[in-house]
Design a binder for this molecule. Structure first.
Ligand SMILES: *Cc1c(COP(=O)(O)O)cnc(C)c1O
Length: 433
């Protein structure tokens, strides 16, 4: 399959180009040229299939021309090697837990698959390949773990020194091998600027193939479809053929784009709910018809603190840029910090289920939007251990239990380099790797 850009110049590229470029020449996003539908035979067997069997069938139409069947099989088996269970929360609502991967967040799925994809599609050159990423905390860990020991690729993660939690820092510094963590004397914006400078530096790129692993990469987006098939399969096992309402806590809107893609491939879903924190550019757009990006507001669900969602053009395109069509299929709802705290507290006391702030947004969004006889599931995007300060504030006893369970994960360990925020030092480092 080929991939098309969403910008005016309608660039058509191969899979390796889409994966290594990340963005089209005009800065727009890539989408699959077409969305294949899966056969009746597939859906008849769905309930009996394992997660990696599902992944193979879902991804094959997109990747099968570039990868051999054995290769793809191995990639999905090693990506989806942790469970993704569906659990009941209350009478109408279930949760699909996406946080059982190595860094306890759903971004593990995309990062693990992308690393394997890049390693297979890597053009044969003399150049050393470096995945260069700036992180404000969460993405860096998922990328580091995803690419850990992947042959032929080094990862350099830049994070602002002293501005991320020891728990997040450990996820990048404790690995070693091909993973290089660098604490930059500056803010997240400085890290991002350094990464941009490296991408624009022709003389560096003569010697080093720098590439990015950010969340707009199709190699991260496509595998995220897989767990929606898993969730719907488990629901239909329980209640026959009644399609669920699916709620996705959203920031950059990549995860919900993957859900809609899965639906277009034939997955039965009644409708979707996109739940955001108070960074509400999309909910406001669906109400008013005006798309107005805003400065980011810091919230308890900080992995969704996004003022201008990067995947929004993809989702909009899936509905032919027709606001009424989107509104028929996707309800959008906004959850504030006070509601996040209350939800964590009440769901725990009523249902003995502990939510992290992002998942709390998903739960409340779904419970608000379910009508009449509807039922459904939300996706839980992170384990509460990652947002322990919030749990501590509302459920101190539970926070203490988690702390005991995860023990030494809270003390900074491992090794990292430190660097000032001038580009010269980074360049020398990359050339010497
Ligand atoms: C990235 C992230 C999200 C938001 O996902 P998008 O695909 O950007 O909408 C939600 N929750 C957690 C924990 C995340 O890390």
């Amino acid at each position: 399959m080929q991939f098309k850009s969403l910008g005016n110049n309608r660039q058509i590229v191969s899979l390796p180009e889409a994966v290594f470029k990340g963005l089209a020449d005009d800065g727009s996003l890539f989408m699959p040229e077409e969305i294949p539908t899966l056969s009746d035979d597939f859906f008849d067997k769905l309930q009996e299939m394992s997660l990696s069997e599902i992944a193979f069938s879902v991804l094959k139409p997109f990747l099968g021309e570039d990868l051999g069947a054995d290769e793809l099989k191995e990639m999905v088996e090693s990506t989806f090697s942790f469970p993704i269970p569906l659990k009941p929360v209350d009478e109408r609502i279930q949760v699909l837990e996406l946080f059982h991967g190595p860094t306890q967040a759903f971004k593990d799925v995309g990062a693990r698959f992308l690393s394997r994809l890049m390693s297979r599609l890597h053009p044969v050159t003399e150049k050393k390949m470096v995945v260069l990423t700036a992180t404000s905390g969460d993405t860096g860990g998922a990328v580091a773990h995803g690419f850990y020991k992947v042959p032929g690729i080094d990862v350099v993660v830049l994070y602002p020194d002293g501005k991320i939690s020891p728990y997040q820092q450990n996820q990048m510094t404790s690995l070693g091998h091909n993973i290089h963590a660098i604490a930059v004397d500056g803010a997240f914006d400085d890290c991002q600027r350094l990464v941009k400078q490296a991408f624009n530096d022709r003389s560096l790129r003569q010697d080093v193939a720098v590439t990015s692993a950010n969340s707009i990469n199709l190699g991260r987006l496509l595998p995220q479809m897989v767990y929606y098939f898993q969730g719907v399969a488990r629901i239909m096992e329980q209640n026959g053929q009644k399609p669920p309402v699916v709620c996705v806590p959203s920031g950059n809107f990549g995860n919900i784009t993957a859900a809609v893609l899965a639906h277009r491939m034939g997955l039965p879903v009644k409708r979707f709910v996109a739940a955001t924190n108070v960074n509400d550019v999309v909910p406001r757009f669906l109400n008013s018809g005006n798309y107005e990006p805003k400065d980011t507001i810091v919230t308890l669900a900080n992995a969704m603190d996004v003022g201008d969602p990067s995947n929004w053009p993809r989702l909009f395109e899936l509905y032919n840029q027709d606001t009424d069509k989107i509104k028929k299929e996707i309800a959008a709802t906004v959850v504030n910090d006070r509601e996040i705290q209350e939800t964590i507290k009440t769901v725990f006391s009523k249902n003995s289920y502990l939510l992290d702030p992002h998942s709390a947004t998903g739960y409340l969004g779904l419970s608000r939007e379910l009508k009449g006889e509807e039922s459904g599931f939300f996706v839980s995007t992170a384990h509460p251990v990652k947002f322990l300060e919030t749990i501590e504030a509302v459920l101190p006893d539970e926070a203490l239990k988690i702390k005991r369970e995860f023990g030494d994960a809270f003390e900074a360990k491992g090794t990292h380099e430190t660097m000032n925020s001038s580009y010269k030092e980074l360049k020398e480092y990359l050339l010497k790797l």
